[in-house]
Write a protein that binds this ligand. Sequence first.
Ligand code: AMP
Ligand code: GLY
Length: 426
Amino acid sequence: MGMRVLVIGSGGREHALVWKLAQSPRVEQLYAAPGNPGMAAQAECIDIKADDIEGLLDFAQQNRIGLTVVGPEAPLVKGIVDAFRSAGLEIFGPTAAAARLEGSKVFAKNLFKKYGIPTARFEVFDDVSAARAYAATFTNQGQSVVVKAHGLAAGKGVVVAADQTDAEEATTRIMQDKSFGASGDQIVVEECLVGQELSFFAISDGRNFLPLLSAQDHKRIFENDEGPNTGGMGAYTNPPLYTPILYQRIAEEVIKPTIAAMRQEGCPYTGVLYAGLMITAEGPKVLEYNARFGDPETQVLMPMIKSDLLPLLAGAAREDLTGVSVELETGACVGVVLASGGYPGSYQKGKVIQGLEDLDAGTMVFQAGTALRDGCLITDGGRVLAVVCRGDSIREAIDTVYRETAKVSFEGMHYRRDIGRRALSE
Ligand code: AMP
Ligand code: GLY
């Protein structure tokens, strides 16, 4: 008999997970909480918020859910995995203690230091003047320095300061003005690494891991990485710098030691390990870990997984990936996010989305900020949807995705035209 699976979340990442799980012959019924109109095609959407742990647990118990898959980080950090496991339910993701790898930069950086996992040189401070003095050891030599709030700050708690004035301004904002609340009680000041950023995804059962792919996202709103940061404007898989040799180094120097360290610390890591890496002249160094899948990276990762996703997620949830394997597609996958005009600032909602019916059969659309009005799909958020295409090469995937994107429109629509372009120039 098939399994009943619940996916938690409402974004494009969760739509991609639902889309992939719907192809599994072992899935009998899919639910999404709270889901979105895109997911409704393959999953029954349940009106429970992603961080309502009690409500979700109740639902899972009453509906004989065999596996729950957590999309966003907030319920992980709040302990949804602990709660489900205590109730004897299988759930994909790390426990609250293991999710500190994302939720607490101080925990993560101290772990890297203790176990020799390569990362930027750093110190942790709870005192502004000491933080500034350490920052000056970099800025006095003309180097940039990075100032980070220790906890979750919606991706906005990191400042790359070009000089001491910027560094001091950042320490004030985080520690004295408490821009990020308690996330600013402690502060990490670290060396600014130089290189190319790469995201790497692996699935861990607490002892072993299976590698997925690497990807690069595009965080800024405008082409050539200009303008303010966003949740992500597009992504592509396996950039040219991700060679088999680089993979070996990431696996041996970063992923294996991290999984071993988490076990050693008494909080084995199960779920997806999303490593944000800087590929420096000396090799890969960890900028940060996320305890969840990336958004919009998941929208390009899922179409590249050829094998059934269910055994992989279920194996990690059961803390045993023995006998599970992952088969990947060859070629590349590119995703372009269509955003509302004005995003990431203020924008209007309720614009009718047109042209989706004209897309080729092989094109995937993963919805994020959408809603239905009188049976008509309308915009309902900043990042509205992603158009995703595969190709035999990155060039082919880029050409296809932009040909397809041109068919879609809504009033004020904005997207970047340079997703994946960096891969072509290498
Ligand atoms: P984080 O949330 O720690 O990944 O930081 C967000 C972004 O800030 C990263 O994706 C990098 O672009 C940048 N960043 C963080 N730490 C460093 C560092 N040590 N050196 C250079 N850039 C960094
Ligand atoms: N793509 C960035 C993130 O998911 O954090």
